[in-house]
Design a protein around this ligand. Structure first.
Ligand code: PMP
Length: 405
């Protein structure tokens, strides 16, 4: 598909709506992206044509639903270049994916072991590991973040040791937009024999994820951050690790045999997919990734980098504005504070002008403490945003500044 932002915008019905008579300018994509018509259609099509339970049905609808559900798994596999389709586990989102990984790890941890996370984690990628370490009596170590909003790689290297059992980090920070050197971090962790789990919630939507090239053991993401519905996500994990791990939830689908005394487990991926799965949303995630994959990734990335470069330039020139974290490699999001008002007031006054942004701690309280701010205002971009929207945003912010000053 040729890259034409105006044509892309036409595919997103919600972008045509107004807020209090103002055109909607949606700059909250790191929280959740909007859905193109083909994804909405895929969902409606599933429910109007072949809604039924998968895998077990003896009828046409179940057969069709199963085929589409499993085809969506293949689409995900190819998109992240996973070596095996059975390594792609459906979850409700990144949070559940990370909980599955932490739940498996905690069974293998001892009190001598260490887990490394970073100071820039979303709560989903820190509380999970805190709990896993607490369960096993293991130690949690943290890679600090520099004033620029980058990981301190020297400290990271000093934290690694044969005691390190797992290293967890985000592909891209949801607050700062920092793109972490995931391949390098993975290589270093592998040198001490640690497992590597990447929180891809913010990385996946910007494309180009190749789990084999990165060399990690786990990569997790949510469908709703990549143009798909909420309630569906993916936990990709290496087969040889997952096969040895304890099961997550128990129930139907994840078993092979059950007697009144005991049960044996199904093969991957079903072993980690207890109960009726979220079939419609999985199919819609497949449709979203198929749609996204039709663009030339280089063009998408060039467009998104142009948006962030322009927004950074405008922010740097804006009176009284401080950008939080200004990493060399950034994508998707910029966080800032103004000298004249609380982020919540900024968000409220922008909303009155039709601008949707996110304010608060972004589920990253340790990072807020690191930068000594109660919260930030965050603008985050997606494939359908334009340079004109960035300009309009800073004009609206000027009005906010006048109202608050
Ligand atoms: N990690 C990061 C970096 C995120 O941005 C988010 C969502 N804001 C999550 C994890 C959690 O994703 P979800 O709420 O979809 O499970």
């Amino acid at each position: 598909m040729t890259f034409n932002v105006a044509a892309i915008r036409e595919q997103f019905p919600i972008l045509k709506r107004e807020v209090d008579g103002n055109p909607l300018v949606y700059l909250d994509n790191a929280a959740s992206t909007q859905k193109p018509q083909c994804v909405i259609d895929a969902l409606v099509d599933y429910y109007t044509r072949c809604n039924s339970n998968v895998h077990r049905g003896a009828h046409r609808l179940a057969d069709e639903a199963t085929k589409e559900f499993e085809a969506a798994r293949d689409i995900v596999k190819n998109f992240i270049n996973a070596p095996n389709r059975e390594e792609v586990i459906w979850t409700s989102g990144t949070t559940e994916s990370l909980n599955i990984i932490a739940h498996g790890l905690r069974e293998t941890l001892s009190s001598d072991d260490e887990v490394i996370v970073t100071e820039m984690e979303h709560h989903a990628n820190i509380v999970t590991w805190q709990e896993a370490c607490r369960f096993a009596g293991a130690t949690l170590k943290v890679v600090p973040v520099s004033d620029q909003g980058e990981l301190d790689l020297d400290v990271f290297e000093t934290l690694l040791s044969p005691k390190t059992k797992l290293v967890a980090f985000p592909h891209v920070s949801n607050v700062l937009g920092t793109v972490n050197p995931v391949k390098w971090l993975t290589q270093k962790a592998k040198e001490v024999g640690a497992l590597v789990s990447i929180d891809g919630a913010q990385g996946v939507a910007h494309g180009g994820v190749d789990v084999q090239d990165i060399g990690c053991d786990f990569y997790s993401f949510s469908g709703h951050k990549i143009y798909a519905p909420m309630g569906i996500g993916v936990m990709w994990g290496k087969k040889d690790v997952l096969e040895t791990w304890p099961v997550w939830q128990t129930g139907g689908e994840m078993i092979s045999t059950v007697t009144l005394e005991k049960a044996t487990w199904n093969t991957l991926p079903y072993r980690f997919e207890a109960g009726t799965p979220n079939v419609g949303d999985a199919i819609a995630l497949g449709a979203a990734i198929k749609w996204f994959s039709e663009f030339d990734l280089k063009e998408v990335q060039a467009h998104e980098r142009q948006l962030i470069a322009h927004a950074t330039k405008c922010a740097e020139a804006f009176e009284g504005l401080t950008i939080i974290g200004n990493a060399k490699d950034k994508v998707g999001a910029i966080s800032f504070v103004l000298d004249c008002g609380h982020p919540a007031d900024i968000g409220f006054l922008l909303d009155r002008q039709g601008f949707a942004i996110r304010t608060g701690d972004h589920c990253a309280q340790p990072l807020m403490s690191r930068f000594d701010v109660p919260g930030t205002a965050r603008v985050s971009f997606s494939i359908y945003n334009t340079l004109e929207e960035v300009d309009a945003f800073f004009n609206a912010l000027k009005k906010v500044r006048m109202m608050l000053a």
